[in-house]
Write a new protein. Structure first.
Length: 203
């Protein structure tokens, strides 16, 4: 995020000044395109790095979701590790969606599909969700976002969310357990560098 601008708007006000950076994703060195007005516009942010290093290997195939994709590091990592999977990258920020699509194409990942929330089919269900959710949208909006997508996990589906400990990760776990109800689990999966990875499971 640049100069305090909110990155969770559809059309960021900042100039779309693009540049290429080098990052390590799924064991590969990648050149990716980034821009102002998109979350972590100059690097792979620490929270996403923690998530990608500590989640289990994804299934070989299935329907995967990157919720709040930014310029695409999570979606790209999913697609690299599971080339037969359908990876859906969702973000309200249209600039972020364009960057993710361009970065997927540049890496030869043809099963990454970018979608604004209103474009996501209501009947689409997921085997796996990885997300660094936009905590700074505020608690009501965050809860609404999570309760829109987590219930769309398939039976035996799993979600992994990375949240800073000092931004409410520990209180989010019991809230998720209560909000999702019976047949669901919400628990701490891992901790590192001030972040919690929360695992949500559907029976």
């Amino acid at each position: 995020m640049d100069g305090g601008e909110q990155y969770f708007v559809a059309r960021p006000a900042s100039p779309d000044l693009r540049r290429t950076i080098q990052v390590e994703l799924a064991g590969r060195t990648c050149q990716v395109e980034v821009s102002h007005g998109v979350f972590s516009s100059g690097r792979l942010d620490l929270g996403t790095s923690v998530l990608l290093k500590r989640v289990p290997q994804p299934p070989a195939e299935g329907d995967f979701l990157d919720l709040g994709c930014g310029w695409g590091p999570i979606a790209l990592s999913m697609a690299m590790q599971s080339p037969k999977a359908n990876v859906y990258a969702v973000d309200t920020n249209l600039r972020a969606l364009d960057l993710t699509a361009r970065n997927a194409k540049s890496q030869g990942l043809d099963r990454v599909r970018t979608l604004a929330p209103e474009q996501v089919p209501d009947d689409l269900r997921y085997d796996l969700i990885w997300s660094n959710p936009p905590i700074r949208v505020g608690k009501p909006a965050l809860h609404d976002l999570l309760m829109t997508y987590l219930p769309r996990l398939k039976s035996q589906g799993r979600a992994y969310l990375v949240v800073q400990r000092n931004l409410g990760a520990d209180s989010l776990i019991p809230w998720l357990a209560e909000a999702l109800g019976s047949g669901w689990t919400a628990e701490k999966h891992a901790s590192a560098k001030g972040y919690r990875i929360i695992k949500v499971g559907r029976a």
